[in-house]
Ligand binder design. Structure first.
Ligand SMILES: CC(C)(COP(=O)(O)OP(=O)(O)OC[C@H]1O[C@@H](n2cnc3c(N)ncnc32)[C@H](O)[C@@H]1OP(=O)(O)O)[C@@H](O)C(=O)NCCC(=O)NCCS
Length: 177
């Protein structure tokens, strides 16, 4: 059964915790950034309904064993971003990692730290044997995150672009590399 690790995943700088209804306001604020909707499935504009729907959907996905998602917070509990393991396919031994970091928290290693924590956990727990990150070719920041977290470029995938994305190829990064 898929469940949140106890104690929570942390590297001493960031901590990963489950989201709650109390996070709606901070999520709505962070997700106004067009960079997030450009490269992810996060809708734009982003409303309270979107945040509440996302929290509810995440609970269902966790219960179904198809995905588990965390909020990334700092030592003071402030929201830094989101990271999750999704599209868990036990029969193939494969799952995907997705993430975004709030604009104000970028450029200081938050995403790479979060991906490292989640990847280590998922491999240790046997959630998957291989983890993948799918990144648009025009998203160098996310490609750098994948590499910084120890993923290697292993191929390409036909994928419908996110609503705000330009057309283009999607690169697949895999770990263990
Ligand atoms: C991509 C994103 C998550 C990066 O978050 P972040 O916390 O700023 O990334 P980190 O600070 O952990 O950076 C990790 C690596 O990426 C590099 N990087 C970060 N932003 C970059 C940019 N704009 N261009 C090039 N490299 C970049 C860093 O230099 C670092 O590389 P290094 O380890 O070699 O120094 C963030 O920009 C974001 O949320 N973007 C919008 C949503 C998105 O693209 N999600 C991923 C969809 S696949």
């Amino acid at each position: 059964m898929l469940r949140f690790p106890d104690p929570p995943l942390s590297d001493g700088t960031i901590t990963l915790r489950a989201k709650t209804r109390d996070d709606v306001e901070a999520l709505v604020a962070a997700c106004q950034d067009p960079e997030i909707s450009r490269w992810t499935r996060v809708p734009s504009p982003y409303t309270r309904d979107d945040a509440e729907g996302w929290i509810a959907a995440s609970e269902l996905e966790l219960a179904a064993g198809s995905a588990i998602g965390w909020l990334v917070v700092d030592a003071d509990g402030a929201l830094l971003g989101s990271v999750g393991v999704q599209n868990i396919r036990p029969e193939e031994g494969v799952a995907e990692i997705g993430y975004w970091v709030a604009a104000a928290a970028r450029g200081r290693g938050v995403a790479a730290r979060a991906v490292r924590l989640v990847t280590g956990w998922a491999l240790r727990e046997g959630v998957a044997r291989t983890l993948e990150i799918t990144v648009h070719e025009d998203n160098p920041a996310s490609q750098a995150v994948a590499r910084a977290a120890g993923f290697a470029l292993t191929g390409e995938r036909d994928e419908a672009p996110a609503a705000g994305s330009p057309p283009g190829r999607h690169l697949v990064f895999s770990a263990p590399a």
